[in-house]
Design a protein. Structure first.
Length: 302
């Protein structure tokens, strides 16, 4: 009999992840507040249900992909007026929260889950919308070793790189570090490319030179921010789709919060957050819904 998974949160990332669980042989109960998202999930073979509570009935795994930490806590723990999912999830099920939230949020949910004899891991993702659709995401997992091993049954249907970072909350800490670095090298890559263009260089030629030199990095190789240089990336589609500026700012905010808690020095992370915030409000328009590689436009003279 196929294992049953509840999937709550079918946004740009969650929709593709749920579809890959179906392809992997799981029976998926899907819920989202968006009718468009649930209609797509139904087309992808999910069982669309009327509520998150209904989704978790008699399942083996619960997967959530939600916007922020306060929503994750509210969905799992409740808000004082309505009960949370932790009061409805079978005690045999394993809970995987794939949202990107603060480590403190993950630990809070994990603590309440433990009090109710439920097992919980945080498993934020990296790779973007294309990787979510292709099933090639990277997962950074925080949780007990036995729970991590069981979680891999589900995660391997959605990703190709799965790591245990430590106990509950460690997955979120790893994700925050990764995305802070991503922001830093994307901003730096855009800055270098614009400097080249301003000095008469062809950005495609400059990109090829840097790819074979010490400046090579993921943003340059997989996600070039300069329009017209690389096909199939947001910069060649008016920066539509992908990982939004608003989401990058959210993650950089989490990094700043974590740095305060640990008294860590993050001057480059702080500079990247400032640059993305300036970009979001530049040119008299809100660019929060553009892909984060649109930071290239911040440096452009046109």
């Amino acid at each position: 009999m196929a294992k049953r998974v509840a999937f709550v949160g079918l946004g740009n990332m969650g929709g593709g992840m749920a579809a890959n669980l179906v392809k992997g042989g799981f029976e998926v109960n899907a819920f989202d507040l968006s009718e468009t998202a649930t209609a797509q999930a139904k087309e992808n073979g999910c069982n669309v249900v009327s509520s998150a509570i209904a989704a978790v009935a008699e399942v083996d795994f619960v997967v959530t992909m939600l916007p922020n930490g306060s929503i994750v806590e509210s969905v799992y723990i409740g808000d004082g007026k309505t009960p949370g999912l932790l009061d409805a999830i079978p005690n045999t099920a394993l809970i995987l929260d794939c949202s990107t939230i603060a480590p403190t949020n993950a630990r809070a949910v994990g603590a309440v889950a433990s009090e109710k004899s439920l097992r919980f891991v945080d498993a934020p993702v990296s790779g973007g919308v294309a990787a979510a659709a292709a099933g090639t995401l990277a997962f950074m997992v925080g949780g007990a070793e036995d729970d991590f091993e069981e979680a891999k049954l589900v995660l391997t249907a959605m990703g190709s790189n799965i790591f245990r970072a430590g106990d509950v909350g460690a997955g979120q800490a790893a994700k925050i570090c990764n995305n802070m670095l991503l922001a830093v090298h994307m901003a730096g890559t855009a800055e270098a490319l614009q400097l080249g263009v301003d000095n008469g260089l062809d950005p495609a030629v400059l990109s090829e030179i840097m790819l074979k030199s010490s400046g090579c990095n993921w943003s340059l190789e997989k996600y070039n921010p300069m329009p017209g240089v690389m096909e199939g990336v947001p910069s060649s589609n008016n920066y539509e789709g992908g990982f939004l500026v608003n989401l990058m700012l959210k993650d950089l905010g989490l990094a700043m919060e974590a740095s305060l808690n640990s008294q860590s020095s993050v001057p480059m992370g702080a500079a990247a957050r400032n640059l993305f915030n300036l970009h979001k409000h530049s040119s008299g328009e809100d660019k929060g819904d553009k892909d984060f590689s649109s930071i290239q436009q911040f440096y452009s003279k046109t």
